[in-house]
Unconditional design. Structure first.
Length: 121
């Protein structure tokens, strides 16, 4: 993530869904193009930064979905509905799922399968 103040946020992952030519499954929808979740696989040294600092930075930047993958606690945290500005910005909704449980990413119309996610000591 690059940050030059709270006004400029660049997520670590940008996901774009567009219709695949010839795909009749309906699995991809043009109206989802441009969604940008951030996903973070936690490192032991980045817990505070990922759970606290980036939470407010990404919320202030309008990142609609912030996904934290935490191999130390064997869980995924999905934050949605950003509001506020500056250091006071936050997410209204927080959903925690254990590894092995499906993680709904509603803004993308997807569910993340975590059955094979590994843990760290």
């Amino acid at each position: 993530m690059n940050r030059c103040g709270y006004g400029q946020v660049r997520p670590s992952l940008f996901v774009v869904f567009c219709r695949i030519p010839g795909d009749r499954s309906g699995g991809h929808a043009d109206d989802r193009c441009g969604r940008s979740p951030d996903d973070r696989v936690l490192r032991e040294t980045s817990k505070l930064r990922d759970y606290v600092t980036k939470r407010s930075i990404y919320a202030a930047g309008g990142i609609p979905t912030y996904l934290i993958i935490d191999p130390f606690q064997a869980r995924c945290v999905v934050l949605t509905e950003p509001f506020g500005t500056g250091e006071e910005a936050d997410y209204r909704t927080e959903r925690t799922s254990k590894f092995g449980e499906p993680v709904p990413l509603d803004a993308l119309g997807l569910t993340l399968d975590t059955m094979e996610f590994g843990t760290l000591p």
